[in-house]
Design a protein around this ligand. Structure first.
Ligand code: SAH
Length: 379
């Protein structure tokens, strides 16, 4: 009798040691791969606790401000052929465009007038000298027209060290390059095997931009073909290990003109990818309380209030689209991209109203740099 009682008690202790409760993991910051998988796949109730805790940690650490980065989608011309992306080189169902310099500068003036603290220049990947010199010139012109006040983030893919340096010297101070997956094997499955889409090259680019002095941002898609919960857990650990300053991650959404147009067997549904994305944001906020985390547009493609929900769960950056409306239908990375029929003027007010729902305030006219980066700089 005694023996069996003792036995069952010690069994339950062993069980407890093996499987931490969601609350313990969160309250004691026990972020191992196994525990992260537990958080990602926990019950609805535990999930709500996670989102609530992350919101609290954000408020306590960096406050309730959300910073805008006006997004300029400069061009959909791309030298790469990523299997998931709607603007991949092999997609000949889209019309390729390039904004004129005047349109880029007009968008920057709009952002400045609206007191967005920063802009992001994003484009398909182009590496020729003409493109590089054009970006360099545009950065200098945007700095000049805003009296050095607009912050500039670039999202222009893999470039050489010399190019990253030229753009940094011209005045860009943040760079976004998603690692897409920190698992080299999964990275390989998401990209063509042509010697031009190499995980090691991606990683090297991120390291170089950090060394140059950029605030470095990276990220992943959630719910891609072949991805597992362990992959996502390892991605979170990668962000921390790499000591990243900013992260943008959102659900993967199929695009009809790509090889991944149909969900592969065992794929998560879109609502599942959405919920998992919110959990990823929340866990990352707990793991890295002072970094910048974006509430990505892909969230809004699944749920009209997706970005606001992410802000509640720990995100603090939003990228309103300020690309002239006529081009937006050609920068479709995935199906059902929101706001493609709007002009820039319509985005700011709409976001302002929505964010007040998430008890947030917009940091107008501020750069809203990553506190994490600032702390590192001060040493
Ligand atoms: N050429 C730039 C910008 C690429 S687009 C670069 O390489 O960084 C920006 C991001 O959109 C990509 O990094 C990818 O993570 C995301 N994206 C592409 N296709 C997507 C899809 N089908 N669903 C969701 N996100 C996608």
């Amino acid at each position: 009798m005694l023996l069996s009682k003792h036995f069952s008690k010690s069994r339950s202790n062993v069980y407890l040691c093996m499987m931490q409760s969601v609350r313990d993991i969160i309250d004691q910051n026990l972020f191992t791969v196994e525990n992260l998988v537990t958080l990602l796949s926990s019950s609805v109730d535990d999930g709500l606790y996670l989102l609530k805790k992350a919101g609290e940690v954000k408020l306590k650490t960096i406050g309730n401000k959300v910073y805008f980065r006006g997004l300029i989608e400069l061009s959909n011309v791309c030298e790469k052929d990523c299997l998931y992306c709607g603007i991949r080189k092999s997609n000949d169902a889209i019309e390729r465009y390039n904004l004129t310099d005047e349109e880029v500068l007009g968008a920057a003036r709009f952002a400045f007038a609206e007191r967005y603290g920063s802009i992001v220049i994003q484009s398909g990947e182009v590496t020729n000298e003409q493109f590089v010199a054009r970006i360099e010139r545009l950065i200098r012109q945007i700095k000049a027209l805003s009296d050095n006040k607009l912050g500039i983030t670039l999202s222009l893919g893999e470039q050489t060290e010399a190019v990253y340096r030229r753009w940094f010297d011209a005045g860009a101070h943040r760079y976004l390059l998603r690692i897409e997956s920190s698992n080299p094997e999964l990275y390989r499955q998401l990209h063509p095997d042509d010697g031009k889409h190499l995980y090691q090259q991606r990683l090297a680019s991120l390291k170089i931009m950090k060394q140059i002095g950029y605030q470095a941002g990276t990220g992943i898609m959630i719910g891609t073909p072949f991805q597992t919960m362990q992959d996502l857990a390892n991605d979170l650990l990668f962000f921390r290990e790499f000591d990243i300053d900013m992260v943008g991650m959102g659900p993967f959404i199929e695009h009809d003109d790509t090889p991944f147009r149909n969900p592969v067997a065992g794929s998560l549904s879109l609502p599942e990818r959405f919920n998992l994305s919110l959990r990823m944001v929340a866990i990352l906020r707990l793991m890295m309380p002072d970094i910048n985390i974006a509430a990505t547009t892909a969230l809004q493609a699944i749920d009209p209030l997706g970005r606001e929900k992410a802000v509640k769960a720990g995100a603090n950056i939003i990228m309103p689209n300020i690309t002239p409306g006529k081009y937006r239908n050609n920068y479709l990375l995935y199906n059902n991209k929101p706001c493609t029929n709007e002009e820039p003027e319509q985005c700011g007010g709409c976001l302002d109203a929505r964010l007040s729902l998430a008890d947030s305030e917009i940091g107008y006219g501020e750069w809203g740099d990553s506190r994490h980066f600032e702390k590192k700089e001060k040493g």
